[in-house]
Design a protein around this ligand. Structure first.
Ligand SMILES: NC(=O)c1ccc[n+]([C@@H]2O[C@H](COP(=O)([O-])OP(=O)(O)OC[C@H]3O[C@@H](n4cnc5c(N)ncnc54)[C@H](O)[C@@H]3O)[C@@H](O)[C@H]2O)c1
Length: 450
């Protein structure tokens, strides 16, 4: 099938690359000309495991190209995935202006029958607005539009894997024929008839992912409900951590055992400096704003957001308690990305900590395996180091802010010996407290006895 992807950000590139990898012909479009130039030159603007070779292979096979022209993409494609950003407005609502802009171009340029798919995360009833916009602006062209919602559940850092091996594919439609066309697009993934670039064709056996067909409204709601629930789980673990600190328990022991209950599950039940990234913070806000407009006060979500914001205060308070005065202290930061295996720093807790430490006059050295360039563009006064050892050299404290697995395996004796003071604040509970103390560190983490 000929597919156009509008928006070459995270979701657009993963969707485009993976759909090309399973056999479709894909044109990826973005109105950011510089981004398209870079992509055409073979430069993938995000770090995401496997994505570079998935895209290179699709390009070499002649199944993937790029354009800045939404109009051309709208005319040539059978199916158009809208993957543009939906960032938060000041009041917390999702900004849908990019979706509106794209819809108008598709409407005026399209001829024949087009399947238009919302992949961006949008509030419930956006599909209705999208259909209206397509019909109103497309009056003259006479095209017929099928509209589907197809929320994306990929996790940054393992998104190629997640796209090709999804735990479910959710498709919101208002007529059965649209569901059938969506099933055709996903057929190679449902039937596993592609050569998997993640497992080199030798995927572990598994049953096909459920193909869940719902109304468009339900599908849109499913995405916000899923992200908000995961955010709730993280905030729940973080309040448990506070309780553990007050009452002398260990949050890792508590959450491990709580998570063994299959009704609860272990994932996202992790205490730390809180959630960030381009999805949870904005989606939780957009969801409770949506609820508010529907006359429902979703206090649970507001609390989860509030708890999350307080994580930064809580962690900085620990740093102040340990260091007394932050001004003039040399502080090393390990990790900048909002999570490991990505270079995404959008709404990263580490950056908020970085910003506040700078405001308090600390002198910062930082290292992240992937997110240095993006951070440097925003915070040029930080000293960016070649590795974790360089960060620790002469430091009054090292703050571990992103749980990159390689930080666990550092030569901590070498780090201890190079620091001015062997003080580690672990915001992700990555390290073993007993082992760190054994090595002579003053070590503080989240929700575990000091
Ligand atoms: N990042 C994730 O992990 C993730 C996961 C699931 C869903 N989502 C959702 O997917 C959507 C996209 O997220 P992202 O992280 O890829 O965003 P992004 O900001 O990385 O990418 C959006 C892209 O759209 C382009 N764009 C904006 N307006 C355009 C227009 N009018 N015409 C053409 N291109 C345009 C931008 O230039 C940008 O390259 C959001 O709604 C997000 O909530 C994101």
């Amino acid at each position: 099938m000929q597919i156009s992807i509008i928006g070459c950000g995270y979701v657009g590139l993963v969707t485009g690359g993976c759909l090309a990898a399973v056999g479709h012909h894909v044109t990826c479009v973005d109105n950011d000309a510089e981004r398209i130039r870079a992509l055409q030159a073979g430069h993938i603007p995000i770090y995401e495991p496997h994505l570079d070779h998935v895209i290179a292979a699709a390009r070499a096979a002649g199944r993937m190209d790029y354009s800045t022209d939404v109009a051309v993409a709208a005319r040539s494609a059978d199916a158009i995935f809208i993957c543009v950003g939906t960032p938060p407005l000041e009041n917390g609502d999702a900004d849908l202006s990019s979706i509106d802009a794209v819809a108008r171009i598709i409407a005026t340029e399209a001829r024949g029958t087009k399947l238009v798919i919302e992949k961006s995360t949008v509030p419930v009833r956006t599909g209705e607005q999208l259909r209206r916009a397509l019909e109103i602006y497309g009056r003259a062209g006479g095209a017929k539009f099928q509209v589907a919602s197809n929320p994306e559940f990929l996790r940054e850092g393992s998104s190629v894997h997640d796209f090709l091996h999804p735990d479910r594919i959710v498709v919101g439609v208002d007529e059965p024929a649209t569901a059938e066309r969506m099933r055709e697009i996903y057929r190679p993934i449902l039937d596993r008839t592609f050569t998997c670039p993640v497992h080199n064709g030798a995927c572990p056996s598994a049953s096909p992912p459920p193909f869940v067909v719902t109304t468009i409204n339900s599908s849109e709601l499913i995405k916000h409900a899923s992200n908000s629930f995961l955010a709730l789980k993280i905030s729940y673990a973080n309040v448990l951590a506070d309780l553990c600190e007050r009452l002398g328990a260990d949050v890792e022991e508590v959450t491990r055992a709580v998570g063994m209950d299959p009704r609860i599950g272990p994932l996202f039940l992790r205490a730390g400096i809180g959630f960030g990234g381009f999805c949870f913070p904005k989606d939780i806000q957009a969801f409770y704003r949506l609820a508010e407009r529907a006359g429902i006060d979703f206090v649970l979500l507001k609390e989860a957001e509030q708890i999350n914001k307080q994580r930064i205060d809580h962690f900085l308070e620990k740093a102040r308690r340990a260091l007394w005065v932050l001004k003039g202290k040399q502080v090393g930061l390990l990790g900048l990305a909002f999570k490991p295996h990505t270079d995404d720093i959008r709404f990263a807790p580490a950056l908020e900590i970085l910003r506040r430490l700078l405001a308090e006059g600390a002198s910062l050295r930082a290292y992240d395996p992937q997110a240095m360039n993006k951070t440097q563009a925003q915070f040029p006064t930080v000293n960016y180091c070649r590795d974790a050892y360089d960060v620790a050299s002469g430091a009054d404290a090292v703050l571990l802010l992103t749980e990159w697995p390689e930080f666990r395996d550092l030569d901590w004796v070498r780090i201890r010996d190079s620091m001015l003071r062997p003080l580690v604040l672990d915001g992700r509970n990555l390290l073993n407290p007993a082992a760190m103390r054994q090595l002579g560190f003053e070590y503080h983490s989240i929700g575990r006895p000091d």
